[in-house]
Design a protein around this ligand. Structure first.
Ligand code: SAM
Length: 222
């Protein structure tokens, strides 16, 4: 199995305007959805700089912040403390979550679980099921095989679903798993798939336009 490798957050400045400091669009929907179900215990799996940990903690959830990067957890903790929010913080690898069975009502792992290989993905999905309560929900994203990154033939292909990203930046040499619709359905066959859709993000870098395709899944433990 590929060795897990987190982001190098040390090279990302704490500028309040960057995307990593501003909650994703769907997180506001999830906040309302999960609050309306009176869910409380929330895991921000692969929390990064903590944009979703802060949002959910501010809105009354019991938040556990988890990331393989110590820098990510330190910066999330610092941000929460500045906002007078109390959360739980753990550094670790998502392949083996340091939480008891049935610990969480809801889990958000946005742009996180793709950082491994096919064997790793299957392990993480088992871990998600283990730590979620019955009827608990998880929102996650998976890179799509339609995206430009998967089509970079000069980037090393580690198994039929995995490439190492080779562009300079915080993700340098991190493994990325890419799925298609059938593979998404197969991977999450033990859950109820509430919805699944593919999103294209457009962004500009070095004068070029990139289109980044991800599957977004909302799943429920049955
Ligand atoms: C693209 S960032 C997303 C951060 C956050 N979810 C957000 O939306 O702002 C991916 C995060 O996953 C973390 N990560 C990567 N591999 C991991 C692993 N094996 N276990 C835990 N976290 C991991 C990285 O360190 C990084 O913080």
């Amino acid at each position: 199995m590929i060795k897990s490798k987190g982001w190098n957050w040390k090279i990302v400045k704490d500028d309040p305007s960057i995307i990593w400091k501003n909650p994703s669009i769907e997180s506001y929907y999830l906040l309302n959805r999960w609050a309306s179900f009176e869910m409380k215990d929330f895991l921000d799996l692969g929390c990064g700089l903590g944009r979703h940990s802060v949002l959910f903690a501010k809105n009354g959830f019991n938040v556990s912040c988890f990331d393989i990067s110590e820098e990510a957890i330190n910066r999330t903790k610092q941000w929460c403390e500045e906002e007078n929010l109390k959360c739980n913080y753990k550094v670790g690898d998502m392949l083996l979550l340091p939480y008891k069975d049935n610990s969480f009502d809801c889990i958000l792992c946005r742009n996180v679980i793709s950082h491994t290989d096919t064997e790793g993905i299957k392990k993480i999905i088992k871990e998600l099921k283990r730590v979620l309560r019955k009827d608990g929900e998880c929102y996650l994203t998976l890179g799509s095989k339609d995206t430009w990154g998967f089509k970079q033939e000069s980037w090393p292909l580690q198994d039929p679903n995995i490439r190492l990203r080779m562009e300079k930046g915080p993700e340098y040499k991190t493994p990325h798993f890419y799925a298609d619709y059938d593979l998404c359905k197969e991977l999450f066959k033990d859950f109820e798939i509430i919805n699944i859709y593919q999103v294209i993000d457009y962004y500009e870098s070095d004068g070029k336009t990139f289109d980044s395709y991800h599957y977004h899944l909302l799943i429920k433990k049955i």
